[in-house]
Design a protein around this ligand. Structure first.
Ligand code: ADP
Ligand code: MG
Length: 257
């Protein structure tokens, strides 16, 4: 079943320096419970596309459909995670996770039970009464993932959520995210500029090229799940990464890096 459909979506920003076309005529259909990664160099429009999908900004042109229909109100059914955990420093981990539940007026007892369950899933059991400053960057980001999932959204949008973390924590969190997704299926759109991360996580990698941002290629990742780190060293994985590298820098031809 199709969850999200994007048709001829364009976004032009008007700023002092002139107009920037961040995204030009992007078409994309995302299936329910699919894990999509958006990959491309800095400035190619990944965040713009994710914000459009999350209705944080409006398109200049084009159509966005959820379950076949345009949204009539701001989407409640979405959870978002950004590069920085942005936790409230004066609230405990548990109270940070519960914040969206409070705003949405969800039942307190069941929200609390779900929060404890999520914290356990990401390895933060026992840390619920700590304050954000007592946690490492990786732990804070784990908490912010729990916060994004507290209202059980069917869509999870993530904008370079692990980019600020060290390589090992990043890898660990990637596998944790896949484990959560496996037990509690959601439609995930995950932005990264790391090609390896993009392949390892995804059902499909959407490779974008810059100026203006377009989809250069969509690659089906036909690796079995659960994914393992050694898959990275297979020839199949290398072929995926070569295909992606070839298109994201110049929309074809030979990659720069
Ligand atoms: P990415 O996330 O891939 O790095 P962005 O979507 O953030 O790319 O940006 C795409 C392009 O749009 C860039 O050229 C960026 O400078 C420009 N841009 C992004 N947001 C704004 C804004 N609010 N006003 C003006 N230009 C913007
Ligand atoms: Mg970005």
């Amino acid at each position: 079943m199709e969850k999200i459909r994007i048709e001829a979506l364009s976004k032009t920003y008007a700023s002092k320096g002139g107009r920037v076309t961040a995204l030009e005529k992007v078409d994309l259909a995302i299936q329910q419970n699919e894990f999509i990664t958006l990959v491309g160099p800095s400035g190619c429009g990944k965040s713009t596309l994710l914000k459009l999908i999350g209705v944080l900004i409006r398109p200049s042109r084009g159509v966005l459909l959820y379950d076949g229909a345009p949204l009539s109100q701001p989407p409640r059914d979405i959870g978002m995670v950004f590069q920085e955990a942005v936790l409230l420093q004066w609230r405990t981990v548990l109270d940070n996770v519960l914040l969206p539940a409070e705003i949405l007026g969800l039942d307190k007892t069941s929200a609390r039970a779900r929060a404890m369950h999520l914290l356990e899933l990401v390895g933060l059991a026992g840390f619920e009464d700590r304050f954000p400053r007592e946690l490492s960057g990786g732990m804070q980001q784990r908490a912010s993932i729990c916060r994004a999932l507290i209202h059980d959204p069917s869509v999870l949008l993530m904008d370079e959520p692990f980019a600020a973390l060290d390589a090992m924590t990043r890898e660990e969190l990637g596998f944790e995210l896949m484990r959560i997704w496996d037990t509690d299926k959601k439609t995930v759109v995950f932005v990264t500029h790391n090609i390896t991360e993009a392949i390892l996580l995804a059902d499909r990698v959407v490779a974008m090229s810059p100026r203006p941002g377009r989809i250069a290629k969509i690659v089906d990742i036909d690796l079995p799940r659960p994914r393992t780190i050694d898959m990275e060293f297979t020839s199949q994985f290398k072929s995926y990464s070569d295909q992606i590298r070839a298109v994201i820098y110049h929309g074809g031809g030979v990659g720069k890096r």
